[in-house]
Design a protein around this ligand. Sequence first.
Ligand SMILES: Nc1ncnc2c1ncn2[C@@H]1O[C@H](COP(=O)(O)OP(=O)(O)O)[C@@H](O)[C@H]1O
Ligand SMILES: [Mg+2]
Length: 294
Amino acid sequence: MAGNVDQQPIETGGNGAEKGADNGTKGHGRDIVLSAKDVTVAFGPKVVLDRLNLDIYRGEILGFVGASGTGKSVLMRTVLRLLPRRSGTIKILGQDFDELDEPERNALDMRLGVLFQQGALFSSLTVKENIQVPMREYLDLPASLMDELAHLKIRMVGLAADAADKYPSELSGGMIKRAALARALALDPELVFLDEPTSGLDPIGAAEFDELIANLRDSLGLTVYMVTHDLDSLFSVCDRIAVLGKKRVMVEGTIDDMLAYDDPWVQAYFKGKRARSIVPQEHAPAQAQHDSGK
Ligand SMILES: Nc1ncnc2c1ncn2[C@@H]1O[C@H](COP(=O)(O)OP(=O)(O)O)[C@@H](O)[C@H]1O
Ligand SMILES: [Mg+2]
């Protein structure tokens, strides 16, 4: 039930998986595509992450959860170098940004796709133009090719072709998420960061989005780092779960590992689902506002 069906060794994906030393390091026999070690992030005196450790393996969909305000978005933004860290090392696809020069950083950035929690799309640009933003930033392609690529991505995320020339205000919430995903995939990344991609979607829209993520992982060989509040996503699509609590990754593993883990927030969060799956309720993500986990 935990979506652990493909725990067999994961192939090095079909997408941009060049052989070479920069392609991650091995851990537990699996390729590590992101490794955060002893990462500390603070805002003034307020320490949000304290010597946090996290590994992400190639080809997996990692669900990253934790109570609201624990630092899930902060970690993602830190990994992407949008926030400074006080200490610790972060390696992505085997490389440490701190050791790279500008062209090398750009090259590594191009291998990452991001869907942010807020501001998924530029409201003044059409879907097609939004998808082309990363292409313009990193590549020098003729307009006709960029159009072709944008249309390809639009199809890939299951949007109708006529979505290309629409503005975000003309799209439903689910379509906006898909368009934002298309933009994240614009440069054929290997590792994709999704911050609460299904928040705000109704349960059916969220389930469809999850299915899309799983299909894209399979077809493109993506690795997906998904911050989520959505228990359904965790149960249905994530191969592995990591829980942020007490400023660290408190526990990681399968749903069963979560259920066995002795922490009030983890227990309330994951056992709540069990109860609800027997007595289905309205879409009520277990916000589990139990302060005990903070
Ligand atoms: N730029 C910032 N400056 C100061 N505090 C911040 C900043 N960004 C996030 N925080 C604080 O860090 C904590 C974690 O935030 P966040 O990562 O957004 O939580 P979540 O787990 O809900 O994504 C919160 O207390 C938030 O107020
Ligand atoms: Mg957040």
